[in-house]
Design a protein around this ligand. Sequence first.
Ligand code: NOJ
Length: 512
Amino acid sequence: MAQWLDNAIFYEIYPQSFRDTNGDGIGDFQGIIEKLDYIKELGCNAIWLNPCFESPFGDAGYDVSDYYSAAPRYGTNEDLRRLFTEAHNRGMHVLLDLVPGHTSVEHPWFKESMKAEKNEFTDRYVWTDDVWEIPENMGHIGGISERNGACVVNFFSHQPALNYGFYKPEKSWQQSMEDEGPKATLEAMKDVMRFWLGMGCDGFRVDMAGSLVKNDEEGKGTIKLWQNVREFLNEEFPDAAMVSEWGEPDKSIQGGFHMDFLLHFGPSHYNDLFRCAEPYFSGRGKGDISAFVQKYMENYEKSEKKGLICIPSGNHDMDRLARRLHGDELKVAFAFLLSMPGAPFIYYGDEIGMRYVEGLKSVEGGYNRTGSRSPMQWDATTNAGFSSAPKEKLYIKQDESADRPTVEAQLADKDSLYYEVKKMIQIRQSTPALQSKGEITFVYAEKNAYPFAYIRKSGDDRILVIINPSEKEASFAGDFTVKEVLYSFGKEAEFADGKVTVSGGTAGFYRI
Ligand code: NOJ
């Protein structure tokens, strides 16, 4: 079991946009290696690296054309191996991004699968047996193969769905999970995992992990499939960490994943907090956290002691945290993100409040996501220290505002978001109750109300977390004896006469 997950704090790196060392305008492995000390200094001890394999990049690398080769624009397999080693030397772990649900149309498997003659890859993807038979409720590719059939897609129309079978096959072309084709697909994916784990990666963030078995509304087939993968890992790589992009922890954790994300899609109400018209973390104080807390607790109870739920600051698919939250609101939001159970995930640049860059043209299938993928802002040199390439050659345009945040400027300012995040990470790292497995009980999380409060607990140690994003003073009933103030942003809470009162825009961790 990947014990290190219990105290992991992840940093998500979108390799394209992190640090370019060869001046071609796009990030690379060497750039990541050079910045490992920065990540470690911030306090993160684990990395999730977005897909970095060969690809035509129609979906930023989530359209793999060779699972076994690093994309040359980032470096070689040996460079990637060096990245693992350098991370390990610093006590850090690295998760690669596994995309098991689909490939690029350029993958040799798909090219073989398109052939009219039967071959090893005929059943590697989900095909109907007549081009005019359109799969219901699923996108499809049709008219580009000599094979007579339509191929189901998993995401964009250039991402054909790999065939893991149907939970309940209904049509002649729908294979069962036990058929040879689906079984071979799963074995092929295990080989991919074996290859990278053997090279030194510590596990995977799994893309669309819940999408593999089709006609599987309750996820039963997909859960079974992942249990099979877990058995393989237990035998060959017992320490491999598995984090799913599924958004339904009750299912993914049954499938043997260690952690699942609560995300901007799915029924988690995560959006209510940071990414809706009136986010809970806005100082306007018009948000609601109660639905989120209810969903969270439902999931928490189902997954408790079996796995973890993680709440990311953002990722490459959603608006930057700083699109709707500003200034101190971000600090208060991080107080929440860094004091919840499960491993926190910090999306690169969120620790300095990088903004969503408005009005960008879509790059590599990014569309509205492109604004959250702009190159990291390190310092005041050319292209904010991201790359020495001419500005027009940058992978994605940078935030061009004069006051764009940079690491350098925030390092020089003790009141910066960077320092606040770093301080909270340090407190978390030295307080087991605040870490991944510390228990949580909500004390106050009422509908349309502020503040909200919860207790984190490990053994006898109990930490009361009180968060008031609203700019107005707020209070709730509660009788607590505070032994120690571990952290306070803004004025400390007042505890008197069975009531807790907090000023606007504050957050605090109190040992009780
Ligand atoms: C989820 C990934 O995070 C996203 O970036 C990608 O476009 C889709 N899955 C398809 O792989």
